[in-house]
Structures are given as C-alpha cells and as structure tokens.
Design a protein around this ligand. Sequence first.
Ligand SMILES: [Zn+2]
Length: 416
Amino acid sequence: MKSEDVTNHTRCRFCGTSLRHTFVDLGMSPLCESYVSYDQLNQMEAFYPLHVRVCTHCFLVQLDEYVSPENIFTEYAYFSSYSDSWLQHAKEYTEMIVDRFRLEGRSHVVEVASNDGYLLQYFIPKGIPVLGIEPAKNVANAAIEKGIPTLVEFFGEELAHELAQEGKHADLLIGNNVLAQVPGLNDFVEGMKILLKPQGIITMEFPHLMRLMEENQFDTIYHEHFSYFSFITVEKIFAKHGLTIFDVEELPTHGGSLRIYACHEGDTSKERGQRAIELRAREKKANFDTLETYFTFGEKVKETKRKLLEFLISAKRQNKSIVGYGAPGKGNTLLNYCGIRTDFIDYTVDRNPYKQGKFLPGTHIPIFHPDKISETRPDYLLILPWNLKEEIMNQMSYIREWGGQFVVPIPELTVY
Ligand SMILES: [Zn+2]
C-alpha cells in the first residue's frame, strides 16, 4: 500500500474523512473550458493542481474544490446541442422515459443543469410541462430562446425549498453530467430529495468510475469534475439522503456512463431491478471496496503519456503534419498533462463557433472551423473527443483522399 500523505488536510466531500491517498496526480492545469482569446495570449494564465484523491472510508474518488463553481460555470462554453449523437441520446431517453413512467400533461419534469435545452426540448411537443435549471447564463439563454422555461441558478437545498413552496415538485427529476460537478454533494442530493414528489423518480447520468479506470480515461478528469463515482459509492450517498436506487443502466456515452433511477426510500411502487444487484456484485468482485484497487491507476496514466509522446516525436521526425479534431475539456487535460503544444499539433478545429478563433487553455493551440482541414491536408488528425470517434471518422472520412489517418489517444494510442 502507498504511504499516507499526512500533509494533506482536505476532507471527503461526502463523509468527511481526511483524504490522504492519491488516485492520480496530473500536475498543474488551467481550467479546461477557459478558452483564450487573441487579446489574452500575452497575459498570465491561472493553473491549478489536478491531484485526485480517494477516500479510505467511502471510496469516493475526488478532486479538491480548487476553483469555485461560480468561476467555472457562470459563462460556460459547452453547448450540448453541438453534438449530433448527444442530441440523439437525449431524444431516445425522452421516448423511453415518457413511455416507461407514463408521463403526460399533468406531469412535471425538472432538469438540473439543463444546458441549452438539448433534452427538455423533446418533452415540449408531447405537451409535458418542463422546467430547466442552469447556472451558466449564456447557455441558459439559448434554452430560453427555444421556449424552454429555465432558471439561471445553482441547484441545492435552498432552491429546492423555494421551488417546493411554489408547488413545483417533480414527477421526473433529471440530472445529466452534473453530479460529478457539484462541490456540495450532500446539499445537492438533499435538494433532489426535497424536490421529488412522493412517487416521483430521479434519473441521473454520470461517467462510471469503473470504466474510467478500466479504459484509462484519465483525460475526463478536470477541475469541473469534483467527484468520480462507482455504483456502490453513489448508492451510499443516495441512501444517506433517504433515496433508493432501484435500477441502473450502463450507457456508452462519455466513454461509459451510468444512468441511475432513484425514488424515495419508502416508495414501494418501484420494482427493485436485477441490473442494480448485478452491477453491485460486479463492482465488489472487481474490489471497488478495497483501497489498493485505486492505487494501480497512476502508473497506467504515465505510460499513456509516454506512448503518445513517442508517436508524436516519431511523426514529427518524419516531417508529418498533425492537427487536432475537437476542443473538448478532456483534450485540454490530455494536452496539458503531456506538454503538447504547437510544437506537435499545428491547430485544432471545432464545430462550436464560440470556440473558433480562440486558443486552447494552457497550450495555446489555435482553434479553427473544420473547413481548415481540407485546406491544409494534414497527415494525421488527432481525435480529442475520443468518445465521438465513430461520428468524427465518418464526418471527416475525406482525409483519406490525401492519405490522412486518424489517431485516437485513449484508451491506448491507435492509428486508423
Ligand atoms: Zn468519504
């Protein structure tokens, strides 16, 4: 077992135990969504530690709150609607959930971190009333323009009480890719408990720690992601707030996510599903309730860095040109951790106009419109959002015309 780091005094955000064991240390990194404008290029840039620890008591893998959510999320560059496959995912979810739980015109659907309305927009044609809650004003405004009622607020107990007093309880309470992003985990889950109708259901999606570890997805670690959940740990957190997870699905999104279904502890109308029992057993078999399991990850991450640099150095020695595809948060963790700048990658492209004309944080790699690729005809296209690699390789298949190849760095460097 690794020796304890007695110098660290931060505490587990769920159970309060001192955090003295490293999961992985990715060094110093800027906030991964702080894209740099041309005018800011000559200015100082803030870097924060990306040092992830694991709790010896509840096994919650977590990052300190180095930066407050107010600084991260008030102007957020991530618009969910720019990904076709994510929209498709949202649409399929809506069909499934409306059917499974018989939602109709008298139901109330609330989504926390509703982003630009990428999901709630599919409930509207069905005549089901919705409410979005989204702290980033710029993305919330995009939802409001689409006609989706949206509160520009952070969610927690306080807001839940206010909404409950106004009679805005939820039959369906949704939170996708938000549980990892809340520093006050207990406040957030308690808020969900308060806002949920007696027979309402909660569904939440978040990246699954087991997949992150098995598939080496260390680049999904960034300052915005405070917590990394196994199923057994999230069950403990919900149970503490009087919520029972009665079903779970494993999804391919974001490299492998869980979709949990929760209800009030005393709600006997929901059948306890086999999938939850099976997943709990699988995690226990993989020793997710043993501290040593969490110590193997750090070395795997270092080896990934060595392999990626080996490839890039060798390609540059052969005078090959390499450009990036995408400017996702995960790309910035990868590039900063590996020290990859314009010495290896000439530029990257992104379909999101908000990012075009800007530069990646830390590495200052310029971001262009995807058309730039057919102009410069690079030898290699490094796909940064590897979770969308199929979609991107289809869209960009024309690079084959000049002999271009795709490179995917995670889970292990592969050239297509
Ligand atoms: Zn803990």
